[in-house]
Design a protein around this ligand. Structure first.
Ligand code: NAP
Length: 288
């Protein structure tokens, strides 16, 4: 198949393109070539007529959306509208990358694809709008992933990510305060991308899919596991409450996701602990 990947040099897009490339012809797009917020820049897609469009574009990091709701909506929501219009016109499957931040975190147990969305911040609201536009596609997958780390790192952090930031702080012997009351499903972009590739190859029923590494953990425990995996002392790591953090953006407290729908197709995701260790090996922080 011919697959267009938008945001191909982003953290997730890089691995999605890398995984899909094993079986498909990939056409990678960066913001210089396609700006999803401007429909007229999508003409390349109508020329190449891909079978699948993977839309990873997002205004990132999430906190930026609070001060810039217009830009956030232009990319995360109107961008999804434009891609939907284009996907329908070339008869392509539309794959929209979404987030655990579409939930308010009050459920008290892991979220499934059946749960109602109820975002608590601008980023989440814009992603719900992006999902809604994507659902207007004739053929679509909405992929909800969470707390991602991958070899390319996020674009806005110049190729770094939260794992690398923690390692750097620890190596500089800095004190690390990490929230212990926010629980999520940490996810390795390589594993999630491989699952997306399988979903596409299987021609799985269209719809919403949670794709995260299995299990859940709070940020403090995640950081402790990371440091211990690297034999770094944890005496400078301290648990804190999120309310003490003076956060610009309201964060949902519990957004762990369940992969049951994915697993019903025979696609199994490794645990977050396996995922983190594999990432550390890929980044050469750990030797095998
Ligand atoms: N990181 C996470 O923890 C996380 C969690 C859940 C879901 N997600 C979702 O995963 C997706 C990818 O995020 P990421 O972590 O890979 O972040 P990232 O590294 O910042 O990648 C975002 C990509 O979006 C592209 N982009 C930004 N504005 C664009 C525009 N106007 N038109 C076209 N492309 C545009 C960027 O392209 P350029 O590189 O060309 O600038 C960049 O490659 C997003 O949809 C995000 O909501 C991420």
């Amino acid at each position: 198949m011919k697959i267009a990947v938008i945001g191909a040099r982003g953290q997730y897009g890089f691995d999605i393109a890398r995984e899909l490339e094993k079986e498909h012809e990939i056409i990678r797009f960066t913001t210089d070539e396609i700006d999803v917020s401007k429909f007229n820049t999508l003409s390349a897609i109508s020329e190449i007529k891909p079978n699948v469009i993977v839309n990873t574009a997002a205004f990132f990091p999430a906190e930026r959306s609070e001060d810039n709701p217009e830009t956030s909506f232009a990319i995360n929501a109107i961008g999804a509208y434009n891609i939907t219009k284009m996907a329908n016109s070339v008869d392509a499957v539309n794959v929209y990358i979404s987030s655990d931040f579409v939930f308010n975190g009050n459920k008290g147990s892991m979220y499934t694809e059946e749960d109602s969305t109820c975002p608590v911040n601008t980023y989440g609201i814009s992603k719900v709008a992006g999902e809604a536009y994507t659902m207007l596609s004739t053929k679509f997958y909405i992929i909800r992933s969470a707390s991602m780390f991958g070899i390319a790192g996020t674009r806005v952090k110049n190729g770094s990510n939260f794992v690398e930031s923690i390692i750097t702080k620890a190596q500089n012997n800095e004190s690390i305060n990490m929230v212990s009351d926010i629980t999520m499903s940490p996810t390795y972009t390589k594993h999630a991308s491989s699952a997306i590739a399988k979903l596409i190859s299987l021609k799985a029923p269209y719809g919403i899919y949670n794709i995260v590494n299995t299990g859940s953990v709070n940020w403090y425990e995640f950081t402790k596991y990371l440091l211990e995996s690297l034999d770094i002392p944890t005496d400078k790591l301290h648990p804190i409450k999120s309310e003490l953090q003076n956060l610009k953006m309201k964060r949902p407290l519990f957004t762990a996701l369940m992969n049951d729908k994915l697993e019903s197709l025979g696609i199994k995701m490794p645990t977050w602990q396996v995922a983190l260790r594999e990432y550390l090996v890929e980044k050469e922080h750990l030797k095998v």
